[in-house]
Design a protein around this ligand. Structure first.
Ligand code: UDP
Length: 327
């Protein structure tokens, strides 16, 4: 029996880190990416790279048959929340319709194992924190809704066709490969740590702090930042569990601890040894005050152990990548 994993979106941020993690331990990997946002140069050289669309059923079936794919990790998708509000049908197409097509193709090709990238934004904003997997769902943005729709499709496909799957709900992913091989490359990224790294390098004049009047200890938004390398490791554990026969399940991926915007700013200042210019701004529309995971399930079931959870390590790796990437 062959063990070859098909990674869709393997040229993207989280996908490319996971591909390196798989290759580093000697796994065989095929990457399928249409390069709409991904960067080919960030795909590990030992992976087989196919440029194409996940909705191209013929191509997907050909890849599965040719390489003996036994499992799929599906990262490909659109991820920008405000963009999803402006153009929801594009998001439902990319994240739901194309995911449906991918699922059908792999099921027909005989694949039985599937890992799906989901998001903490599927949870209801008034659900109690930290958020356990069973917490109430009430996605607000078309992006978050598209992810929950895909989760439901997967659940139904699991029952109907025996497609065993793991859904990983990501909290705030940040940082970059400690070896400097890949990182966050989207030019217009709005994420806090990415923006803070750009400010630290003088590429932006200052960091906007979106709201200082939240019901949080210091008034700024609190998030559960997780190093992308620890998240990649979670995918490998999920893959191994599926290959070992594990039943379908959903896991939160976060550290279970909250950090405020001001704490992140202080972390940046510690890493650079310089004050970080900030500007107090209004709240950003749609931002919840707090988002913290309860990761006990993945820790207990898969033995997942964060290895890069220091905020300064996360920030330093993001700055190092930013420096290399934008050279
Ligand atoms: N944030 C901020 N300034 C920025 C970007 C983000 O103050 O330039 C805040 C945002 O309001 C939230 C936290 O940082 O409280 C994390 O935002 P991010 O966009 O990184 O992730 P999100 O939680 O929105 O997915």
């Amino acid at each position: 029996m062959s063990n070859v994993v098909l990674v869709t979106g393997g040229a993207g941020y989280i996908g490319s880190h996971t591909v390196y993690a798989l290759l580093d331990r000697g796994d065989r990997v095929v990457v399928l990416d249409n390069l709409s946002t991904g960067v080919k140069a960030q795909v590990g050289k030992d992976a087989i790279f196919v440029q194409g669309d996940v909705a191209d059923a013929g191509l997907v079936k050909k890849i599965v048959a040719e390489h003996g794919v036994d499992a799929v990790i599906h990262f490909a998708g659109s991820i920008v929340v405000p963009e999803s509000v402006r153009d929801p049908l594009a998001y439902y197409d990319n994240n739901v319709v194309k995911t449906r097509s991918l699922m059908q193709a792999v099921v027909e090709a005989g694949v039985k194992q599937f890992i799906f990238s989901s998001t903490a934004t599927v949870y209801a904003s008034d659900a109690p924190q930290p958020l356990a997997e069973a917490a109430a769902k009430s996605p607000i943005s078309p992006y978050a809704r598209s992810k929950l729709m895909a989760e439901w499709m997967l659940e139904d496909a699991g029952h109907a066709y025996g497609l065993r799957h793991m859904v990983l709900r990501y909290f705030n992913v940040a940082g970059a490969d400690p070896k400097g091989r890949t990182g966050q490359s989207s030019p217009n990224a709005t994420h806090l740590i990415k923006r803070a790294a750009m400010v630290a390098l003088g590429r932006l004049p200052q960091l906007d702090i979106f709201g200082t009047d939240y019901p949080t200890p210091d008034g700024t938004g609190v998030r559960d930042y997780i190093h992308v390398t620890d998240l990649a490791a979670a995918h490998l554990l999920a893959l191994d569990a599926l290959r070992g026969g594990a039943a379908s399940v959903t896991y939160n991926c976060g550290y279970g601890r909250g950090m405020s915007v001001r704490e992140v700013v202080r972390g940046v200042e510690k890493v650079t040894g310089k004050p970080l210019p900030v500007r107090i701004s209004d709240r950003r529309a749609g931002d919840p005050p707090t988002l913290i995971s309860d990761p006990s399930r993945i820790k207990a079931a898969l033995g997942w152990k964060p290895a890069h959870d220091g905020i300064e390590e996360i920030i330093a790796s993001a700055i190092a990548w930013e420096q290399r990437f934008n050279r």
